[in-house]
Design a protein around this ligand. Structure first.
Ligand code: NAD
Length: 471
């Protein structure tokens, strides 16, 4: 019997044919052994969600909002335990922009989602007739989440779905299932059975979700490649999709920018969560006139940031989350080095256990290096030189992805004009990566389809019905 359990129809399933280990990336110790889900268990979870759907969607909007508020209270009450779990399974620090911040954000987002609503719209109401636009819950939602912000991304998927009357089956990443398993257990203490179900597993279970005839919509956050597979799988049943996929966000520092007051925001824009954030700054374009100044100042700033076990309060950044990510980041830095880039700081793995990769600032990077053209998702920032702002924008827009982007300068209004030319879902000025629960978030081009947050995000969990009444 495992401490951690799948939850199907309100019941714990703590024994399955196989288990898998969750490793602490700070020291590679085993944090937990978890029952592994199967496609048969997924089928049961989908059946439970279908069974719960009529009752849950028939509840009043106020009753569902009240449940979300109860869930927010539960997250806050159990914050210390949930934050510890995130740090142990994912590696981020307990403090700063780490796991307590993640759990606190998850509770806050839940409360804001409770406060949202969709009302009926009247399109026509006169002698010719009456036309109303209504939104109905889309049905059973399948949620597939990644390992970088495991709990808050699960909240971004689950809360709008249940707020609007859908029921959910969630599959967390096998690297970081623990905080989501515990959160879903807590949620089941206040929700009717079957409203939220959780099944662990990897590609096999995820793929079955994409093609499952009992699932009406998939909300997926993860890499572009897996997102394309999910979209392909969903085609057969024409499932609704929200895809929040990878990015490779560019930041452009305008010529003559006073860099000192911006350094702290620039650093965290690149390195929040050890760079493992979809909308982190991953390519920095700097004008040739101040290139060396920015390289030096960013490297100096980074060299003072302590990295270590996330449970140690002295650490400001933790390790990379898993070996797969560590190997990917190391290979990209090695390729850049071999092709003539200057590794100003970092670039060499420290001795000892864990997936620590040092903060690495790469100068003389070029657009054709893997660390620039692919999403590196780690503690690395390549800095690229440009001569004209038009050229920087063209290079920033040259990739297939378009999640976020930023422009940094002394005049925010001028910088905002330039930022609006970036091909991305969110363009920031003098900051990078800040999210707000009322500001819709999503990618353009290959970074995704649809948005999350506020009523635009809520609408993604509905279908439209027009009621056209003759008078
Ligand atoms: P991933 O695509 O490898 O995995 C994501 C999830 O998909 C996991 O739960 C995994 O088990 C599952 N999966 C794997 N194969 C599948 C298949 N064939 N069918 C269905 N599901 C399958 O991504 P990851 O490495 O966990 O996460 C990192 C990526 O997520 C990065 O690219 C990052 O930019 C992106 N991301 C995007 C956002 C956003 O909001 N746009 C937010 C966070 C992370």
């Amino acid at each position: 019997m495992s401490k951690y359990a799948l939850i199907i129809d309100g019941k714990r399933v703590d024994s399955t044919p196989k288990t898998f280990k969750v490793l602490n990336p700070a020291d590679e110790s085993v944090v937990a052994e978890v029952p592994e889900g199967t496609v048969e268990l997924l089928d049961k979870a989908v059946a439970a969600a279908r069974k719960a759907l009529p009752g849950w969607s028939a509840q009043s909007s106020e009753a569902r909002a009240a449940k979300l508020m109860e869930i927010a209270d539960l997250l806050e009450k159990n914050q210390a335990e949930l934050a510890q779990l995130i740090t142990k399974e994912q590696g981020k620090t307990l403090g700063g922009l780490g796991s307590n911040f993640e759990v606190g954000g998850a509770a806050a987002w839940t409360r804001v989602t409770a406060s949202l609503n969709l009302t009926e719209e009247t399109i026509q109401d006169d002698k010719q007739g009456k036309i109303l636009l209504r939104r109905k819950p889309v049905g059973v939602v399948g949620s597939i989440t990644p390992w970088n912000w495991p709990m808050i991304i699960a909240v971004w998927h689950i809360m709008p779905a249940i707020r609007i009357g859908c029921t959910v089956v969630i599959k967390p990443s096998p690297y970081t299932p623990l905080s989501t398993l515990r959160m879903v257990e807590l949620m089941n203490s206040v929700l009717p059975p079957g409203v939220i179900n959780i099944v662990t597993g990897d590609a096999e279970v995820g793929n079955r979700m994409s093609v499952h005839p009992g699932i009406d919509k998939i909300v997926f956050t993860g890499s572009v490649n897996t997102g394309k597979k999910v979209m392909g799988g969903a085609a057969n049943t024409l499932k609704r999709l929200t895809l929040e996929l990878g990015g490779n966000d560019a930041g452009i520092i305008l010529p003559g920018t006073h860099i000192d007051p911006l350094l702290e925001k620039l650093f965290w824009g690149c390195f929040i969560n050890a760079g493992q954030t979809c909308a982190a700054l991953k390519r920095l374009y700097v004008h040739s006139s101040q290139y060396e100044e920015v390289v030096k100042k960013l490297a100096d700033y980074a060299s003072k940031i302590p990295m270590g076990n996330g449970l140690d309060e002295k650490s400001a950044l933790g390790p990379l989350s898993n070996k797969m990510q560590f190997d990917k980041v190391s290979a990209m830095v090695d390729e850049a080095r071999a092709r003539g880039a200057r590794i100003v700081i970092g670039g060499v793995k420290p001795k000892g256990p864990g997936f620590f990769y040092p903060l690495t600032v790469i100068a003389d990077a070029t657009d054709d290096m893997r660390v620039v053209k692919e999403e590196q998702f780690g503690t690395v920032i390549p800095i690229l030189k440009y001569e004209t702002v038009d050229e920087a924008i063209t290079r920033a827009n040259a990739l297939e992805v378009g999640l976020g982007g930023s422009v940094w300068g002394n005049d925010p209004a001028e910088a905002a004009k330039i930022a609006s030319r970036l091909e991305c879902g969110t363009a920031w000025v003098n900051q990078h990566g800040g999210l707000h629960p009322m500001a819709p978030f999503g990618g353009v081009k290959c970074s995704g389809i649809g948005v999350e947050f506020n009523v635009d995000g809520l609408k993604e969990y509905t279908t439209v019905q027009v009621l056209n009444v003759a008078v």
